[in-house]
Design a protein around this ligand. Structure first.
Ligand SMILES: [Zn+2]
Length: 497
């Protein structure tokens, strides 16, 4: 580390995030309209409240507050005695009442943190606050991008969807840490059952990014707030990031852009930039509003909300890291298997239900390797089959009870179960996969030897391929239901006799 930051390598990256996540509730945050926009006609899930018509009054949705409290507990945040709402005033066509109801000086969560892990390095990312607000409507520019569009369509179905805005401290030192954080955040939110990552636009990120002299970074990678204030770097805010991958790409682009500017002796403009996904670059937008431009004032239509006791009354499930650790200890799983089996809460629940009946290794192999592999191949999720737990257990039971071979279970029964929706016993019956009894196999072995004298002679001459040929003959006679290892052994015994 050098005292003078004169070269490109001497700059460290400082990134902070504002992440907007849509909370998964049935109805909107201040009215009874459905939040389900998947198949809704434009402007069909609307009412006077979410359209911002004069005189309409908001009523707070308890489920949205509960979801926020759960997140607060999961990130170990302080949840105050009382929380309240403010109006953030600005004009934009997606916001018909000209203000957004949000939280300002008394957010529902403060001072939390979330630990990320990259390879073996752990890092705690501070979370300054998380507050509730309403999503605006959505705009669709027709005939070109925002400036070149012929006209713009407005859809208010999204208006009023509950959002939690999670604001981190400027604790990220690289774009890949941001990506790890967003993955971790999504995982935790999904475990809590308050978020659906598959929903379009359910996670949107704005990132503040600047470069500072490397010399102010402490040995553990942190920067003290005082040092950062003193360095006072110009920062850009990058908007319109909608996925983990986009976050990493947009921020990597921005690091390079700022580094090049500094290297050439130019200042970095303090500005808002827009991530253009299709071109893979950030472009300058309007200058950033100052906080005072929003003229925040108290939302008089919503009384302050006492939330301190909610924290104790609302339980949260075991979180992914804790569950991973327990899977390793309780079931003796490898780190890799434990990670796979806790990738979602539903996968973990499914595994534990299977492990109740079988030993953990068997359960882990069938769930992590076979089932998840086949689901993945079909673009299916565990939630597509979690009501078929009993059938899946029956499949394993058939193998464990030596009624079908593992190979047939994997390659025929499981696949047919998934493709055709059949029950395992029905597949076994229809395909004739029940293991042939020992007598029938013995008969087939005798027949194969009698019918193939050339192969038998080759076997005695020491030709390696001969035994495989004979095994193939027996398998054909038994319709593939014999165990190839057994057949091989029986053939050798008969021939060597
Ligand atoms: Zn409504």
């Amino acid at each position: 580390m050098t005292a003078q930051a004169t070269q490109a390598e001497d700059y460290a990256v400082v990134i902070g995030l504002e992440t907007h996540v849509q909370l998964e509730t049935d109805t909107k945050i201040f009215c009874g309209c459905s939040t389900d926009q998947a198949d809704a006609e434009p402007n069909s899930n609307v009412c006077p409240v979410c359209l911002g018509l004069p005189g309409a009054l908001p009523v707070l949705n308890e489920a949205a507050v509960e979801a926020a409290v759960k997140v607060g507990k999961a990130i170990e945040a302080d949840i105050p005695e009382q929380t309240r709402f403010h109006r953030k005033n600005y004009y934009y066509p997606d916001l018909p009442k000209n203000f957004q109801i949000t939280q300002y000086d008394a957010p529902i969560c403060q001072d939390g943190e979330l630990e990320i892990r990259i390879d073996d390095e752990r890092r705690a990312i501070g979370i300054e606050r998380a507050h509730l607000e309403e999503d605006p409507g959505s705009l669709q520019h027709v005939g070109g991008s925002i400036d070149a569009a012929d006209y713009t369509l407005v859809n208010y179905n999204r208006a009023g969807t509950p959002l939690l805005e999670i604001v981190t401290d400027p604790d990220f030192r690289s774009p890949d840490q941001v990506r790890a954080f967003l993955s971790k955040l999504e995982e935790v939110l999904e475990y809590l059952g308050v978020f659906d990552s598959q929903r379009d636009g359910s996670l949107r990120v704005d990132a503040n990014i600047s470069l500072v002299p490397e010399s102010i970074v402490e040995a553990d990678g942190t920067i003290s707030p005082e040092a950062l204030e003193e360095a006072d770097p110009n920062r850009t805010e990058v908007k319109n990031i909608s996925s983990h991958k986009a976050a990493e790409k947009a921020l990597s682009y921005e690091v390079t852009r700022q580094r090049n500017a500094l290297q050439r002796g130019r200042a970095v403009e303090q500005e808002t930039r827009h991530w253009d996904e299709s071109r893979g670059i950030t472009v300058s937008m309007r200058s950033k509003e100052e906080e005072k431009d929003y003229r925040y004032f108290r939302e008089a239509d919503l009384p302050p909300l006492q939330v301190s006791h909610w924290k104790d009354e609302i339980p949260i499930p075991e979180l992914p890291d804790a569950r991973r650790e327990r899977f390793r200890e309780e079931y003796g799983l490898s780190s890799e298997a434990a990670s796979k089996l806790t990738s979602t809460k539903q996968v973990a629940d499914f595994f534990e239900a299977v492990a109740e009946e079988f030993d953990p290794d068997t359960a882990a192999t069938w769930v992590a390797d076979e089932l998840l592999g086949e689901l993945n191949y079909r673009d299916m999720e565990i939630t597509d089959v979690d009501d078929r737990l009993d059938e899946f257990r029956r499949l394993i039971e058939l193998v464990a009870g030596d009624e079908i071979t593992a190979k047939n279970a994997r390659e025929t029964v499981l696949r047919t179960m998934l493709d055709e929706g059949e029950e395992p016993d029905a597949v076994v019956e229809a395909e004739g996969l029940g293991k042939t009894d020992a007598d029938a196999v013995a008969t087939a072995v005798e027949e194969a030897i009698d019918e193939n004298p050339d192969a038998v002679e080759d076997y005695y001459d020491g030709e390696n391929g001969a035994i495989n040929f004979l095994v193939g003959q027996v398998m054909q006679k038994t319709g593939g239901s014999a165990d190839p290892g057994d057949v091989n052994r029986m053939l050798r015994e008969a021939l060597d006799d």
